[in-house]
Design a protein around this ligand. Structure first.
Ligand code: SF4
Length: 480
């Protein structure tokens, strides 16, 4: 890798939002649904290096890859290639620039024209850019097929006559045809068997060495990214949450999301039963991403409010109840009875919900009189127990004030006043992570993590922010 000052590619504040307004009614009512697929991404790609971009499916990786090459028009931001902003180029200028910047697609079959022979597929960019004709063209095609490990005598075959791995080699040969500097590889091995994956990854590594290529390598598999990348960026809901040299990203300190992804990598041990961090909570929609840190609805390390005396894990459980109550349509989704065979409501618990005044507060269940699993038929005590069980909460919180608020919220839920319960909980259990959008904090050489835990005001020992201190993050969720 060279230490050139100007990177081959520099991406600044890239945003790609698109309209997903669904059908006539939305349009008639003027309902706009803007998907914020890529929402303020910055990165540099240095000469001869591979930048791996990793994240769950739907996080915006592919939109980012296509926006960088303007296969999708970005909404805002700049993409500099050798210092020139691609977003300002005309179509003709951009077409010329495509000889430097190429793309390898995830699904080789659907990206190859089935009516063209392998030779014509590979020669297509030569024809488009007028780079070779006649025997020179034929010779270049043979050379490219050989370079990617295909038999040049198979140039007359059609894409469907090749295996998946061979088709991906064809896609790579087509990208190489114009002697590019940068190739954006969009999940190039995720559709392939493990053994074929290794062959394609080795091929890409050899080509990088032979031709000095720079790669942006998109993948959802961290092991693949670790194998091929010099630096890694972790993407969540349209934003980078961590980036740095591969070794640094794979070692602590981590962003909590990276930590969860890493913990889910299976060990080679056949007896490994998966002790990964399980992310709970709904994956938010990029149409309406959460305020503050976008990961806060699923974060296992959510920062508790500074005024709480609860243990962090208990605080997070109450906060999870608050979040779910805020989005719940009915109280059954807040209790432990959904589909659980061992949670049945018994006849002794039952009092019609239409008459709260006569509902028993401390009934004795009769084990022989099972009537079903509907928590709305339960006594207040059983109902409260089911809520606590669902959120792994103790019978009594070890902080009297917090217990009082929780009790009042459960009373409200019991009386079917979900909005009241949600408001009560929200007022008492709000995390700084919900209010502040974290900037990227430097945690090492060229290593940044967008998490408030790395803010100077965060008290590691207390597990929250020092009294009266506020994180540096913007309170505007669109920042970054
Ligand atoms: S800012 Fe808060 S919610 Fe976001 S990753 Fe850090 S601890 Fe988790």
């Amino acid at each position: 890798m060279s230490d050139s000052v100007e990177p081959v590619l520099r991406v600044e504040g890239l945003k790609t939002h698109y309209d997903s307004t669904d059908g006539f009614l939305d349009r008639l009512l003027g309902r706009s649904r803007r998907v914020r697929a890529v929402d303020g991404v910055d990165f540099e790609l240095r000469e001869g290096e591979t930048l791996g971009v990793v994240g769950e499916s739907g996080c915006g990786k592919t939109t980012l890859a296509r926006s960088v090459l303007r296969l999708i028009e970005p909404t805002a931001g700049s993409v500099y290639h050798r210092g020139e902003d691609l977003t300002t180029l005309s179509s003709a200028e951009l077409r010329d620039r495509r000889t430097d910047l190429q793309y390898v697609f995830q699904d080789p079959l659907s990206s190859l024209n089935p009516r063209l022979t392998a030779g014509d597929v590979v020669a297509e960019p030569l024809d488009v850019h007028g780079l070779a004709t006649g025997s020179e063209r034929d010779e270049r095609v043979r050379e490219l097929l050989e370079t990617v490990g295909l038999n040049p005598n198979h140039a007359g075959r059609y894409p469907h006559e090749f295996s998946g791995g061979q088709r991906q080699r064809l896609g790579i040969a087509r990208a190489l045809a114009v002697d590019p500097e940068v190739i954006v590889c969009d999940e190039p091995v995720s559709a392939l068997d493990a053994s074929v994956q290794a062959q394609i990854l080795n091929l890409l590594a050899d080509l990088q060495e032979d031709f000095g290529l720079s790669y942006v390598f998109i993948a959802h598999d961290l092991r693949v990214v670790e194998h091929v990348s010099d630096r890694v960026a972790v993407m969540y809901l349209g934003e980078f949450v961590e980036r740095g040299p591969t070794d640094a990203v794979f070692e602590p300190p981590h962003h909590p999301y990276t930590e969860a992804l890493l913990s889910a990598i299976p060990e080679p041990d056949p007896l490994w039963d998966g002790d990964g961090i399980r992310l709970t909570g709904t994956v938010p929609s990029p149409i309406d991403p959460p305020d503050g840190c976008r990961f806060h609805t699923r974060c296992p390390r959510l920062v508790p409010g500074a005024d709480s005396d609860l243990p962090a894990n208990v605080w997070r459980s109450v906060a999870a109840l608050a979040r779910r109550a805020a989005n719940a349509d009915d109280v059954t989704s807040l209790t432990a009875t959904r589909g659980a065979d061992d949670r049945t409501i018994r006849a002794g618990d039952s009092t019609p919900r239409t008459d709260p005044a006569t509902r028993p507060r401390d009934p004795t269940p009769r084990p022989d009189a099972v009537i079903g699993r509907d928590p709305t038929e339960a006594s207040r005590e059983t109902f409260g127990g089911l809520v606590r069980e669902e959120f792994d909460l103790p019978e009594t919180l070890p902080d009297a004030g917090a217990e009082e608020t929780l009790g009042e919220a459960i009373d409200a839920l019991y009386d079917d006043r979900i909005g009241t319960a949600a408001a009560l909980l929200e007022s008492a259990f709000t995390s700084p992570c919900e209010r502040h959008h974290p900037p990227e904090y430097g945690v090492g050489s060229d290593h940044g993590i967008a998490c408030l835990r790395y803010d100077d005001g965060f008290d590691e020992e207390a597990g929250t922010f020092e009294d009266g201190s506020e994180p540096a993050g913007s309170s505007d969720s669109t920042a970054g």
